[in-house]
Ligand binder design. Structure first.
Ligand SMILES: [Zn+2]
Length: 477
């Protein structure tokens, strides 16, 4: 603390800076410490997938906020809570907690497959018991209701993206910081889009996944998706959509279920079956059916008007595993995991990719180093997951239509302008798109350069500190 009583605000990431994956950011101000998210990196296994927790004394953290249930934001939480000296309080929204439970149980199961119990498993960073114990200690928050933990106030706002996703606005001694997590601004079939908090923020920590790229409008993307799938199945092909079990998969299912009903003569009544293959399928859908009240007006109206749950699909059946799947004729398969690292979607990929009639359609964001990223380069062969010595020929089509529900450049810039924070910290983006985003935002704000409203933008690497001085911030009484 200096003579004026000013303490600097400090930010640094243990993961998720200049990369997508293992999100974990630390804020320190006036003796308070907050951790934002606790993810894993989907391209790595075991301890290598964790944020750099050894670089920080986790026992000093007062509050840990989880923005949403995706693995790159939440999957190392049981590790932090059960395997480290962390003793702070953990908060997330109700739907995030409900989904977290099933999702991480599946994560534990998948990472422990093929484990020789006598040798132990390096890939398991925690067990089912750790998960169960962590679950009881997690506290839930409602949207728009402020929680105060010893002078750290925080409020959850809708972030779009996936069910339960939140932006957190944090206030410590008058200083306000907004953390977007992953967010989307486009109106979706089932989610509220991200909102602008009514109170201004001094610091904005914002995702930069798509950098300066532009998305096509949603209606075009929906049309491209349904036409591409329809033409593939019409010529006898099979379509694999690798999806994360929960979240964006449900948006795709809403689109396909509606389209199948509109083209019932050609596609309906099991002529071209749609499968949702995940061992979480049933549990996941019950969570979605429960939380319709947290979704947008559109889907709530449909729910009221038809008296039937929009997440009870007419044209989609659930598959728990491939043993119960009879692979005759064209079909559409949504299967997890979304990045084809292992499991169901990978098995289906290896089965279908040798046939040129088939299509692999990527709809999520594919992280560097994963099979989903690799397959988009259209390699001649791919390694088999069960035996890396064996290669499988790849002749199927590969296409990408994004339904990842991250903002594009224009949406991000508009939101950043609305927040009008003087300090912007970019996270959750690979170095190149993040660098381009930084330049584009800077040139957008050149007029403010040298004025007291000058906008400062930071794109730090992991474990590199950003220090900001705040003078004259009024302490709320
Ligand atoms: Zn996400």
């Amino acid at each position: 603390m200096n003579e004026q009583g000013n303490t600097p605000f400090k930010f640094f990431s243990l993961g998720g800076s200049n990369e997508v994956g293992r999100s974990c950011h630390i804020l320190q101000y006036k003796g308070k410490t907050i951790m934002l998210d606790a993810g894993v990196h989907p391209a790595y296994q075991g301890m290598a997938s964790l944020p750099f927790y050894d670089e920080f004394d986790l026992s000093t953290i007062d509050v840990l906020l989880i923005s949403h249930f995706h693995l790159d934001h939440a999957a190392s939480l049981p590790y932090v809570m059960q395997k480290t000296n962390f003793k702070g309080r953990v908060f997330m929204t109700h739907p995030t907690k409900a989904i977290y439970r099933w999702l991480l149980r599946d994560f534990v199961r998948v990472t422990s497959i093929g484990v020789n119990s006598t040798i132990g498993n390096d890939d398991n960073i925690y067990t089912d018991e750790d998960l169960a114990e962590s679950f009881d200690k997690i506290e839930t928050v409602d949207y728009h209701s402020t929680v105060d933990v010893d002078g750290i106030k925080f409020t959850a706002f809708h972030a779009g993206h996936v069910l339960g996703a939140a932006m957190f606005q944090i206030e410590i001694a008058g200083l306000r910081v907004l953390f977007t997590g992953d967010y989307s601004r486009e109106m979706d079939r089932h989610l509220n889009s991200a909102e602008v908090p009514s109170l201004p923020s001094d610091v904005l920590i914002v995702e930069s996944t798509f950098g300066t790229a532009t998305h096509e409008p949603r209606l075009n993307r929906e049309k491209n998706l349904t036409q591409l799938i329809h033409s593939t199945v019409s010529r006898g092909g099979r379509v694999l959509l690798p999806v994360f079990a929960l979240g964006r998969a449900q948006e795709i299912m809403l689109i396909l279920d509606e389209y199948w009903s509109q083209h019932a003569e050609e596609l309906g009544s099991g002529q071209v079956p749609i499968y949702y293959a995940s061992n979480l399928a049933k549990k996941c859908m019950s969570v979605f059916q429960t939380y319709v009240n947290m979704m947008n007006d559109d889907i709530r109206r449909k729910f009221r008007d038809s008296q039937t749950n929009p997440f009870i699909f007419k044209n989609i059946s659930y598959l728990r595993n491939l043993e119960e799947f009879q692979d005759f004729g064209p079909s559409v398969m949504l299967a997890s995991p979304g990045m084809l690292q292992s499991g169901l979607s990978r098995d289906v990929l290896e089965k279908w990719c040798p046939d040129e009639k088939n299509l692999v359609l990527i709809t999520g964001y594919s992280i560097e180093g994963t099979m989903a990223k690799f397959i988009m380069l259209e390699p001649d062969t791919i390694p088999s997951i069960n035996n890396p010595e064996v290669t499988v020929p790849r002749r199927c089509n590969v296409e990408e239509i994004s339904f990842a529900a991250h903002v594009d450049f224009q949406e991000n810039l508009e939101f950043i302008e609305k927040i009008s924070a003087n300090n912007i910290i970019l996270v959750h983006g690979e170095s190149n798109p993040m660098g381009r985003l930084k330049s584009a935002i800077l040139s957008n704000f050149t007029a403010l350069k040298g004025t007291e409203n000058e906008v400062h933008i930071f794109n730090p690497r992991n474990c590199v500190e950003v220090e900001l001085e705040f003078k004259g911030i009024k302490v709320a009484k």
